[in-house]
Design a protein around this ligand. Structure first.
Ligand code: ATP
Length: 496
């Protein structure tokens, strides 16, 4: 873990029943310029906490008169602003997860690496959002820093504003994003394809104290299995044929920031085990490397699949699920929050028109009704594609239902009657049914292939890997075909 900036002098309480360790932590923190108080038990800690406010509390998990977690819960209940770092025994995943769930900012594993201790304190202090003039003032400072509902940084406010939706549930999700952004706990975002999981992940990053660091998005389903380890952990020169120089992996690239693992359910089982180890140890060994490197990333993952069911079926490791799912954000499908449809249509149209330099048309009430009647299994992404198509087809200054068109039907390919086409790729309408003997065989076959691909993609929630499997193709062949046929696959720019 890299210590990036020196911590501002802070007021820290260390709770550990081992006098030697207590002294070690105390000296380390004093050397950083902090004021340190120490306690050897829960009751001593409670006593100090009742008389003073601290910036950071560092507590061992097991104390003679109870668990460090009790302090965390009491502080949370009293809405106190102390950031808590818990020290857990080596290999006790349950405690680490439990601590994060109870509101700890972060945890450290024994034996504590003092560099990690210093780094965790720096981060905890950076993550404390201060209202102007409300900064903690050291050991003898003001009586109370209680929880301040300061707004997120400007980038965070913008990222939250990009998530359009005024439904109650979206309001709750935004409030939760703000809240969870101030800790290091892993976040798992679940929701159907196109519901805005990546937007949410970015907002978590932008609202966090890591906003100035990188946000690295990885589509776990798009990496060929033989390259996955090098892509994640980096590779040393000569580690495999063609590795002509040292290469950093996603973990190194995201250092100091957030690593967004999209489509985590697509991660092969062997790789799941390796990822778990990295998360637990906070260290990676690049492929072909001898030395391990410490990693400093916050992990946010997402999936449109039912991970809990995958765990039950043995397709996803339970221990990894447990580690990733410390904080869960579930994004509802668009059909479950239809009140968001109107604002989304307006906002998406605005963006699409600005991008294409078009004057923004009005949307007729009939069009809105038409949209509301459809389930839109591809959610906001499908809505975006429908609007793009309507913009291309519309000739007036008002979008009408006919501009959204009906699904294209070609002989031998069934398209569900209530499903609108997924995007502009389907826009070039074939006015007449295909003739028995086409004039242009290649064009005819391409169109057939395009329809089959679109149908498979739609049925697999636009997941390329799943659609490829369905069609007996590998991912590379699928991607080649999508590109060759000019299918405007939603989220193309997300794919790695
Ligand atoms: N609430 C929203 N407000 C504005 N735009 C949205 C919203 N939700 C999704 N979008 C837009 O829809 C598209 C899909 O969003 P995003 O990529 O975040 O979805 P996703 O859930 O990650 O999809 P997938 O599971 O396929 O990766 C993007 O263009 C995004 O900007």
């Amino acid at each position: 873990m890299a210590v990036t900036a020196p911590a501002r002098p802070a007021n820290i309480l260390v709770v550990d029943d081992e006098p030697d360790l207590r002294t070690l932590y105390e000296l380390t923190l004093l050397r950083e310029g902090h004021s340190v108080s120490a306690a050897g038990s829960l009751s001593e800690a409670r006593d100090l906490l009742s008389r003073q406010r601290f910036d950071v509390l560092i507590s061992d998990m097991r104390l003679p008169d109870g668990l460090g977690l009790e302090l965390l819960r009491e502080l949370a209940q009293a809405q106190r602003a102390e950031k808590c770092i818990v020290i857990t025994a080596y290999g006790s995943a349950e405690n680490a997860v439990e601590a994060l769930k109870s509101g700890a900012f972060d945890y450290l594993t024994k034996p504590v690496d003092l560099r990690q201790l210093r780094a965790a304190v720096v981060e905890a202090l950076q993550s404390q959002r201060q209202l102007p003039g409300s900064g903690p003032e050291g050991a003898n400072g003001r009586q109370g820093t209680s929880l301040q509902a300061a707004p997120p940084p400007p980038g965070g406010i913008q990222a939250l504003a990009r998530i359009v939706g005024s439904s109650t549930v979206m309001g709750q999700i935004k409030a939760r994003i703000e809240k969870v952004a101030t800790s290091m706990a892993p976040v798992l975002i679940q929701g159907e394809s196109g519901t805005g999981k990546e937007l949410v992940a970015r907002a978590v990053h932008e609202c966090s104290h890591r906003a100035a660091g990188p946000f690295v998005a990885v589509n776990c389903g798009a990496i060929p299995e033989n390259l996955i380890e090098a892509e994640f952990f980096g590779a040393r020169k000569g580690a495999y044929t063609g590795a002509s120089h040292d290469r950093e992996g996603y973990f190194q690239a995201a250092s100091g920031g957030t690593l967004f693992l999209d489509e985590i359910g697509d991660l092969p089982l062997a790789m799941q085990a390796k990822l778990l180890r990295v998360i637990q140890e906070r260290r990676v060994r690049p492929l072909g490397g001898v030395q391990e490197e410490s990693v400093d990333v916050r992990i946010v993952s997402a999936t449109h699949r039912d991970l809990a069911a995958m765990v039950r079926n043995g397709e996803f490791r339970q221990d990894l699920y447990y580690r990733l799912n410390v904080i869960e954000l579930r994004i509802p499908a668009l059909r479950e929050r239809r009140e968001d449809l109107g604002p989304l249509v307006q906002s998406l149209l605005q963006r699409l028109c600005a991008e294409s330099g078009q004057v923004m048309p009005e949307v007729s009430p009939e069009s809105l009704q038409w949209l509301a009647q459809h389930d839109l299994p591809g959610n906001v992404r499908e809505l975006e594609n429908l609007l793009q198509r309507a913009l291309a087809l519309s000739s007036g200054d008002q979008l009408m239902p006919e501009d959204f068109g009906e699904p294209l039907k070609l002989s031998g390919v069934e398209t569900a009657p209530d499903q609108a086409p997924a995007g502009p790729a389907t826009a070039p309408a074939v006015a007449a049914p295909a003739p028995d003997i086409p004039n242009d065989l290649q064009q005819f076959l391409d169109e057939q292939e395009r329809q089959v691909l679109l149908k498979a993609l739609r049925e697999c929630d636009f997941n390329r890997t799943a659609a490829a499997q369905r069609l007996g193709l590998n991912l590379r062949q699928m991607r080649y075909r999508i590109q060759r046929l000019g299918i405007m696959m939603p989220g193309d720019d997300d794919a790695i």
